[in-house]
Design a protein around this ligand. Structure first.
Ligand code: NDP
Ligand code: GDR
Length: 348
């Protein structure tokens, strides 16, 4: 029997890679999308086929995480074997401007799904997209036993959702697990997150469209990995015998300044000539340093990242240049071909 997966947030960075991965694994994939006045499916257009096609395995359904009725309709009709809950207001800076909305979608959205799964009694497995932001001000390295100290409305909402996931597991015996993922990036990363903002900024500078890139705190340090490697972990977490929580990250941290240096110099530019600071991008409370201790994932999931920090900057700069119709600098594609001869995702 073909397994059925439901992905919330399928139009996002992770959702699009996960959909591609699950199709590759032979799943029937259902995704929740929001109605928008402009097209918002560009990350999944390349895997979409006409639902009338007898071989179609990807199906999209309108829904919103703040709307219980629509989501319940989807869960009861599809009866998925696995739910990957990735939908969220996921931007930390924006969560300071929209704290209540973020709590509703990013926090309560999880409860809505868990409650539907509990009531549907189909044995559906549940993956919660938890975040390293939950560790916030707790010093690194961070693992599954590290206390949370959230530093934004987004992180507070994720901590709530994390505990609801554990409570539904403990209280109702649902196979519900948290993947606590550290930052992961790719050519499909949203344009306002810092890595993509930088690689896209470089392209616009090289294309002569802009001279300057306006940035916030350059001292913040993050553990940055490569998104396709991380979505594979989501699947592995749900294939375990028992539901458990896992930290996923590279174990290396770099500052935003280092990302700027590495990416600009790859493109033959000096970042200091182009970067300006705009306090608008500072956050009222910042997360200074995140470093994953992902030993449990290595031991139990057999997972180890292959793409390094420097590979990541190259892959992203080259993809943005290609996207803008410019010549890539060099070896972004070669890096992927060498590290992933068995690659299951489409190059962007
Ligand atoms: P994105 O911001 O790229 O995608 C978010 C997705 O959620 C989009 O599909 C978006 O739809 C959808 N969404 C937002 N609001 C709603 C809503 N009200 N109802 C239904 N869908 C909604 O995030 P990522 O792919 O980067 O991240 C996936 C998940 O993992 C998120 O929960 C994020 O918080 C979490 N996470 C991400 C990490 C990372 O480094 N990327 C690290 C740790 C956790 P639309 O396209 O219409 O906006
Ligand atoms: P983050 O990612 O907050 O870690 O959340 P983001 O890329 O937004 O910020 C990383 C760090 O860079 C600093 N920074 C800037 N950030 C942005 N966006 N724009 C800037 O101009 C800028 N200048 C400096 C930030 O202050 C911060 O310290 C991401 C999201 O994907 C979450 O959903 C996810 O849970 C976490 O990663 C893990």
């Amino acid at each position: 029997m073909m397994k059925k997966a439901l992905i919330t947030g399928i139009t996002g960075q992770d959702g699009s890679y996960l959909a591609e991965f699950l199709l590759h694994k032979g799943y029937e994939v259902h995704g929740v999308i929001r109605r928008a006045s402009t097209f918002n499916t560009s990350r999944i257009d390349h895997i979409y086929t006409d639902p009338h096609d007898p071989d179609a395995r990807l199906f999209l359904h309108y829904g919103d995480l703040s709307d219980d009725e629509q989501i319940s309709h989807i869960i009861y009709n599809i009866k998925p074997d696995e739910v990957y809950h990735l939908g969220a207001q996921s931007h930390v800076r924006v969560s300071f401007d929209t704290p209540e909305y973020t709590g509703n979608v990013t926090g309560l959205g999880t409860t809505r799904l868990l409650e539907l799964i509990r009531r549907s009694e189909n044995g559906t497995k549940f993956y919660q997209a938890s975040s390293s932001e939950m560790f916030g001000a707790t010093p690194p390295p961070q693992n599954e036993t590290t206390p949370f100290y959230p530093r934004s409305p987004y992180a507070c909402a994720k901590v709530y959702a994390y505990w609801m996931t554990r409570n539904y597991r403990d209280g109702y015996g649902i196979f519900a697990a948290n993947g606590i993922l550290f930052n992961h990036e790719s050519p499909r990363r949203g344009e306002t997150f810092v890595t993509r903002k930088i690689t896209r900024g470089i392209t616009r500078i090289l294309a002569g469209k802009e001279k300057h890139l306006y940035m916030g705190n350059l001292d913040a340090r993050r553990d940055w990995g490569f998104a396709p490697e991380y979505v594979e972990c989501m699947w592995r977490i749900l294939q375990q015998e028992e539901p458990e929580d896992f930290v996923i990250g590279t174990g290396e941290s770099h500052s935003v300044r280092e990302f700027l240096e590495t990416a600009f110099s790859y493109a033959g530019l000096d970042w200091e000539d182009h970067v300006r600071i705009d306090p608008r991008y500072f956050r009222p409370t910042e997360v200074e340093n995140l470093i994953a201790d992902a030993r449990k994932a290595r031991e139990k999931l057999g997972w180890k990242p292959r793409v390094t920090f420097s590979d990541l900057t190259r892959i992203m700069v080259d993809a943005d240049l290609r996207d803008a119709g410019l010549e890539p600098i060099g070896d972004g594609d070669e890096i992927l071909a060498r590290l992933y001869p068995e690659r299951w995702w489409t190059i962007d």
